[in-house]
Structures are given as C-alpha cells and as structure tokens.
Design a protein around this ligand. Structure first.
Ligand code: ADP
Ligand code: MG
Length: 884
C-alpha cells in the first residue's frame, strides 16, 4: 500500500483521511480502527501499520460505500478529510444500496426483510431466528415484537431496518370486540391474535397433528383472549438471578443460565446432540436433545444459553430432561422470563405463549377495572396484568400480586358481607340441649379428661348454640390439640336439641377418620348409657343404592350426625332440621358453598357454623376474613404428650434410601419391634418413568424390597383410588402395617395412636406449616416420638425453615418464622398450593389488606353495582380460574 505522501502532521487536524483511487478506497488513520465498530461491515478491509499511522484499504463497491457513508464519522471522529469529488462518488455508490426494510409477506404469515448483506444485520437475524430465503430474510411473526424492540435499541450507525406500516399495525391495532373491559375478552376467540391467525407451525408440530394453532390452543383450554390473559405463568426466571446447578432438585423443572462447555453429536439409534453447560459457579450439567442434531449448527462452545428441563440424573451425573435450549439473548428482551405450561407435542411452547401474551397486552392498550371498583389511587390494571405475565423485576411483580390479592379479597368480602347480611336478618336455631344430656354422657365416655381449653371452648360453643340468632365461630388450635372432640361435643349438643349436625373433613381419608372416632364415641355411649345417636358417613364414591338409602335416612331425620367430605354440599342432599355445621380445616371449601348449605333450610332459619383451623391467624384478621366471626382459641394440648423430638438429617434422601444400616431405618425397625409404627412421607406422588428418590413409588420400592424387608410396608397417595387409599389406611390403623409410605395426603388430621416415627424425605420441598402438620401425625400418645427431616436444604430459606421445625414445636412460632424467611428464592411464582380458594391472596401474608377489602366490599354492596359485583364474585369462586 502506498501512503500517498501523507504527512504525519495532517493527523493533528484530521483523524482520518480518505482517498478513492481506481477501484480502491484508502483510509489513513492515526490509530487502529476500533474493533467492535461498524467497520466490521466493510467487506475485505485490510489494515497495515506504517509506523506512525495506519493504512486501510477496501474495494470501492456500493456496499462499502454504504457502510462508510454511515459509519465513518461516527466510528472515527468528526473530522475526516476527503475531497468533495470523492464525497460525491461515495454518496452515489452508496445510493445504489437499497435501505433495509421489513414488511409483511404476501401470505401474511411472515416478516420479510430486505437488507444489505452486512454483518450487523445478519447477526441480528440469527439472534431472532430469522432465516434466509430467495427474497432476503424471513422471520416468524411471533418474533415481530422482539424485532421491533431490537430496532428501538438499535446501536449501530448503519441504518435501522424500516418497519412497514402493515407490520407496525399488527401489534397495535385494536382488537375487534374489545370494549376496554376484561369481561369482553371472554367472547373474543384467541384467533383474533395475528400470530395465532398466521398459523405458523413447525414441521414437527404439524407431523403430530394437522390441526390449526387455534384448534391446538383450544385443546389446552385457551379458546378466548380471556383464557389467555388469565393463564398465568407457572413460574418465572429472573435472568439476573438464575438457579444454580448445585441447587437443583431432582424431579423439578429448572432453568439455568450458563456457557456451553462441550457439544457433541451422536448417531446411535435416533441420533442427537449432547450439550454440557457450566454455570457461574463452575458446576456442570448435561442435556441431551434426541433427534435434534441440527441444533449443533445453532450453538457453539462458549455460547451463553438458557437451558430448561426436568432435573434427573444420568450415570450419576445431573442431567436436564425434556428441555429447551435458547441463546441467552435470543432477542427476547425480557428481564424476567415467564414460563408457561407448554405442550411440546402440539408445538405450543412457552415462547409462543410469551409472544401471544405480548401481542395481546400491547393491543389491549388500556384496560378498565370492573366499574364497581374504585380505581383512583390504584395501580392501573393493565400494568398489573403486564407485571403478572412479563414482570420488570421481582419487586414490581410482587406488588402486582399484592394488587390482585386485594381485588380477590374484595370479592371474598363481597360474598361474606352479603351472606352475613342475609344471615343476620334471618333467625337462627336455638340449640340448648335436651333431656338426654348427650354432651355430659359423651364426656364420661372418653378414656381421658378434657383439657382446660377443650372445656372452655365447649362452654363457649354451648352458649353460642343456645342463642336464637345464627352464629359462626372459628376454633383455632395447633395440630393435636383435640379439636375434633370439641366438634363432636357441639354436634351432640345440637342433636340433643333435636337438630341434625354435619362435620365436614377436607379429604376422604380424614372424613373417614372423624367418622370412625365419632362412631366409636356413640357406641361407647350406647353401651354405657343406652342412648342412641346415629352417625353416618357421606363421601363420594358410595354405591348408588347405598347412597340412595342414606340420603333417604338423612332426609327423614333418622341420621343425627353426618360426617363427610365435599359431598355434603351437594344440592341433591336434603337435610332434616339441619342445626349445626362443622367444617374442619376450612381452607378448602369456598365461602360460596358454605353459604348455600347454610341457607338450605326451607323455613329460612340459619344453622350455626363452626370452622376449625390449625392455621394461626391473628384475631383481628380472622374476624374480618370470615366476616366478624368469633375465634375461639385453644392453647393447651392434651396432657401426657411428650414433645416430638425433631432431627434434621442433612443428607441426600436418595442415598438414605439406599443405606440399609442408616440410623433412621435402624430406629424404625427398633420401633416396630416395640409395636410402634412409622410414616415415611415424600413430596412427590407417583412419578412414572422417571427415577426419583423422593417419590412414593420409589421409596416404597426401596423400603419394602430392601431396607425394611422384614417389616410390613404399605403405601398411599392421592392419585390412588379412594377405596385403595382407605383400605391401606385401615390396614395401617389396624396395625397390619408397620410402615406407611405416603404422599402428603396424610397431611391433615389423620390419627394413628401408635405412630411414633415420622420420616419426611426431601423436606425442603414442603412449606413450614405443612411440615408441622405432617409432624403432628406422630406424638399422639404418651410414647416418645421422633421426626426426621431428611434434606440437604439447598437454599437459605429451606435451611431456616427446617431449622425452625427443629427449634419450635408450636405451629404459631413456626408460621411466624416461615413468613419471616420466605420469598427470597430466585424463582418466584404465583402458583398457590390449591388448598385455597384464593389464587393470589394469602391469609397470612396479606392480612393487612383485609380490613380495606372489607370497606370496599361494603361500599360496593351499597352501590347500584351490587348485583353485578356479587355475580362476578360468585363466578370467580365457582371456578377458580375465572378472574375478573
Ligand atoms: P386436632 O384436630 O386438633 O389436630 P385431634 O382432634 O385429631 O387434634 O386430636 C388429636 C388426638 O388427641 C386424638 O387422638 C384425640 O383422641 C386425642 N385427644 C383429644 N383430646 C384429648 C384429651 N383431652 N386428652 C387426651 N387425648 C386427647
Ligand atoms: Mg383435626
């Protein structure tokens, strides 16, 4: 390269000198070109250091002229020296290049992009997953939003890609039929979304089924825009705080961010790609993509990726199965990525749902709250919806949940306050006992004395039952305090007064348990005092003929006490002089059902109600939450109870299950030899093909087959048929089994007097209150009982949770501790345990909202919108997925 007689002194004035000579463009600079500048786009650029300055040379072609025209001054500096003649030549050549443009393809299914063949554009296309075709590039319509966003944050000096009007319209045009209210979305099919209508599906998805996207979405119960809007993500990945490989829990779905450390294809049978990824702490995990060897062209070693899958293991090493792999910044410009339930076979991926919800939210524009809510001073509804789906960060997401909790609590209060008003104005049933003195006789039939708390609670309830106004009360007491007994005594009081009584349990197993003890009580009473009280069980799954005669006996009043599940709420059951209803562990039953049952008497009188719970809630909260209900607290527990010793075994449950001489199993065997029984609880139910240490299936196999071969081991879980569950529980109760492996079905209330050992595997996966409930299944006698929590407790919050179980045996303390430490995880979710009628609100966490919600509900009930609001509230609680 010549130097054209360039004088070094020129660089004091100019940072770049440009000359065009023949077919070459020459550039002289004092410094080297900036590495990451737009100059990478100059084709065939060669650079050479001439001692005191640099000489760069590139072919004088249109494309290079184009790049230089846009990039020269910005990358090099303001002062470039070039002759006006060269400037003209450069401009003319540059004008031969068409400016980049994106428009809708003729069939309306794709974004078609024409752009100069330059690196900066090609890199963008590859990030967005666009692919070349004869006319330029093609982008799937569902990536349009990402494309627009990347144009908004375009950093290059080369021109932005112009987005045609028809494309810009797609994510902005109003949705036909949407009138500003969420309610109107119930009538708009999901096909109103452009990306659904475009029906772009990949080959695999089409191979599985030729149905349209709209049809496939309908199968996933996403038929309307309303369905979509309230299909909340299952969880979120905070890109700033991904999960660590060392924290993964087998069986759970996890997402990690890391760099690809190895990549290999294999040809065995179907072929595939194996990727190893290392996270920020240096741990490695492997993922296999069967039949997807082509992915290798998309990724290379060193790429930063987001990997999602179910945690498993392969040859003893961690592995993610059933996964997806994406480039970390695949153009999805979201700080927190929502993960939706996806259906891989139909090609409805979480990524697709993200695009759909983004199109929807953007096109909705503004969304009005239902008219009856006061909107001033509150976060705009559309913003809340945005944060629920596409959070900006963890904090804003939490406040959106809080906002929704408030509305949800208002709905609950609408029902409670309205029914309260209806109930208050109606007469109750005075139940002041009768000649048979059933309550006293019952007290004399128990093999033990009542605790002081039980006596006080019973006296208080007797007082309330006797009044002629309807009464609701809430019995709050820690597990094992003997709440059932109080319920039984109150029922007998009602029966003595000539009325019928109901006790409802939350599960089949528990209802049967209450039935059994109540039956036993009345039998003892019959033997001792020759009084007849008839108790019957009403649950689902009773044979038709049996049920028919049972319903007849209930209707004609021959049954005194009905113990049951959900089944008691059925409108087909006609009660006879129903006077008293007890609902044990109330959270599961809706306020709605409750009200219906209580208003079912033909004479319009309202039976008394007793709710029972072990959930510690402050008196003030309880009062408002349940509609000025009076909580009755029971503090003391039956005497002679030894505290349960709780030990946290910080070991991998999987290994414990394979260690025959582990102290836990030796202890279980020792207990069995004394005639005592043990529970082994796992968080997972049956987990089909997958090997999972803490599933019932796996644990049962290990224990019955090897570790505890000499003992009689059974198992029970919620997915078994109710009859099978019952048969197993009966066997355990009758001491035909020494060890019961169970899922959390036994959580609430089951009473096995001789159970002395509770082993909870993978305890970190359960909440503190659940753990406390489960632990309360042992120690129900005067024998020394023990609870083992087996868990490595990988996160800080799991550790403090387990520690609080070790430290405290009081449910109230544990709940307090739980609240204090919860919610620090990097993955956060609005998913609730399904035990509650609430989706967002949590009684313990949001108790401070309740008073305000009550005020708003009362205001609405006085407004002209009362009827619409009540209808919405009822609908909401009838099907929990229906929000407003
Ligand atoms: P909760 O429902 O409050 O958790 P339960 O009603 O299931 O407790 O009672 C737990 C156990 O304590 C049962 O076995 C019950 O028979 C027993 N029990 C209840 N009251 C007493 C008492 N006063 N003295 C001794 N044992 C009692
Ligand atoms: Mg109970």
């Amino acid at each position: 390269m010549g130097n054209f007689g360039i004088q070094e002194s020129l660089f004091e004035e100019f940072s770049c000198i440009l000359e065009i000579l023949d077919d070459e463009i020459y550039l002289f600079t004092k410094n080297e070109f900036p590495e990451k500048s737009d100059f990478r786009n100059v084709l065939g650029l060669t650079s050479e250091n001439n001692g005191s300055f640099w000489t760069h040379k590139a072919r004088f072609a249109s494309l290079n002229a184009f790049v230089l025209r846009y990039a020269l001054r910005s990358s090099i500096g303001r002062n470039v020296r070039l002759s006006s003649e060269d400037s003209e030549r450069l401009k003319k050549a540059a004008n031969n290049v068409t400016l980049p443009l994106a428009r809708l393809s003729d069939d309306g299914k794709f974004v078609e992009i024409l752009s100069p063949n330059l690196k900066v554009y090609k890199e963008l296309f590859s990030r967005l997953g666009a692919y070349p075709n004869q006319n330029g590039w093609r982008l799937r319509l569902d990536r349009l939003m990402d494309f627009e966003l990347s144009m908004d944050s375009w950093k290059s000096h080369l021109p932005k890609i112009e987005i045609s009007k028809d494309l810009l319209k797609l994510n902005r045009e109003p949705i036909p039929g949407f009138d500003g209210t969420v309610d109107s979305l119930r009538a708009i099919p999901i096909g109103a979304l452009n990306i659904v209508r475009a029906n772009v599906q990949n080959r695999n998805a089409l191979k599985n089924s030729k149905a349209t996207l709209e049809e496939k979405l309908a199968k996933l119960k996403l038929s309307t825009l309303h369905d979509l809007l309230f299909r909340l993500p299952r969880r979120y990945i905070d890109k700033s705080k991904p999960q660590l490989i060392s924290d993964l829990i087998e069986g759970e779905t996890a997402t990690i961010i890391g760099k690809i450390s190895a990549l290999s294809t294999f040809t065995a049978s179907v072929g595939g790609l194996r990727v190893s990824v290392v996270d920020s702490t240096g741990s490695e995990i492997t993922s296999t993509f069967w039949r997807q060897a082509w992915l290798q062209t998309k990724f290379s070693v060193g790429d930063e990726v987001i990997l999602t899958g179910a945690v498993g293991s392969w040859k003893g090493k961690p592995q993610l199965n059933g996964h997806s792999i994406e480039h970390f910044d695949e153009g999805i410009v979201l700080p927190v990525v929502p993960i939706y339930k996806q259906s891989e076979s139909s090609g409805i991926t979480s990524g697709f749902l993200i695009s759909a919800i983004r199109e929807l939210l953007q096109r909705l524009g503004d969304v009005k709250l239902p008219v009856y809510f006061k909107a001033e001073g509150r976060q705009p509804y559309i913003e809340i919806l945005h944060e629920l789906h596409l959070p900006s960060n963890l904090e804003t997401h939490k406040s959106a949940i809080l906002a929704m909790s408030y509305y949800e609590l208002v709905y609950l209060q609408l029902i409670i306050q309205d029914s309260k008003k209806n109930v208050e104005t109606r007469p109750g049933i005075p139940l002041s006992g009768g000649d048979r003195k059933l309550q006293t006789k019952a007290m004399e039939s128990f093999p033990f004395d009542l605790t002081n708390s039980q006596k006080k609670a019973t006296a208080k309830l007797n007082e309330l039952l006797a009044t002629s106004t309807p009464n609701s009360s809430l019995l709050v007491a820690d597990v094992g305090s003997g709440k059932t007994l109080v319920a039984q005594l109150a029922c007998l009081r009602a029966v003595d007064s000539g009325a019928q009584a109901i006790i409802v349990g939350p599960t089949d197993v528990l209802a049967r348990q209450i039935y059994a003890t109540t039956k036993q009580l009345v039998e003892t009473m019959k033997e001792k005092f020759n009084v007849n009280v008839r108790v019957e069980l009403l649950v689902g799954g009773i044979k038709a003929a049996e049920r028919k005669s049972l319903l007849k006996d209930i209707a004609d009043g021959s049954v005194d006490i009905i113990v049951g599940t959900q089944a008691v709420f059925s409108e087909t059951v006609k009660y006879n002089n129903l006077g008293f209803v007890v609902i044990d562990e109330q959270q599961k039953f809706g306020a709605e059902q409750r009200t219906k049952l209580l208003s079912s008497r033909e004479d319009g009188r309202i039976p008394d109600l007793l709710l029972q719970t072990a959930t510690p809630i402050p008196r003030s909260t309880a009062q408002v939450y349940y509609g000025d209900i009076d909580p009755i607290l029971m503090k003391d527990k039956p005497l002679g109870r030894l505290p349960i010793e709780t030990v946290w075994i910080s070991e991998d449950p999987k290994e414990v299950l394979q260690t025959p001489l582990h102290p836990i199993w030796l202890d279980v065997i020792e207990e069995a030899s004394k005639g005592n029984q043990s529970f082994v609880i796992t968080p997972m139910v049956v987990d089909s093909a997958k090997i999972d240490a803490s599933s019932v299936e796996r644990s049962y196999k290990e224990l019955s087959g090897h570790i505890l071969k000499e003992l009689r081991v059974g198992f029970v879980h919620g997915q078994m048929k109710v009859e099978e569950q019952r048969a197993t529980m009966e066997k355990f109760q009758n001491k035909e089994l020494d060890v019961l492996v169970a899922s959390t079905v036994i959580e609430v209330g089951v009473d096995i007097p001789d159970a002395t050992r509770m082993i909870i595997l993978s305890a970190e996966r359960m909440g503190a209150s659940s753990l406390h409930q489960i632990r309360g299944r042992v120690g129900r006698n005067s024998k020394k009982s023990k609870c083992y929590l087996v868990s490595i407790g990988s996160t800080d919050s799991a550790q403090s949770r387990l520690q609080s179980l070790v430290n405290f045996d009081n449910g109230f303390e544990i709940a307090k501790e739980d609240l204090r430490t919860r919610g620090e995880g990097t993955i956060f979710s609005s998913d609730q345990s399904g035990r509650s009628e609430m989706i967002f609100a949590n009684l313990a966490k949001h108790s401070n909202l309740i008073a305000e919600a009550k005020e708003e509900a009362l205001r609405i009930l006085k407004s002209p919108f009362k009827e619409i609001a009540l209808k919405d509230a009822q609908e909401k609680f009838e099907s929990p997925e229906r929000l407003f």
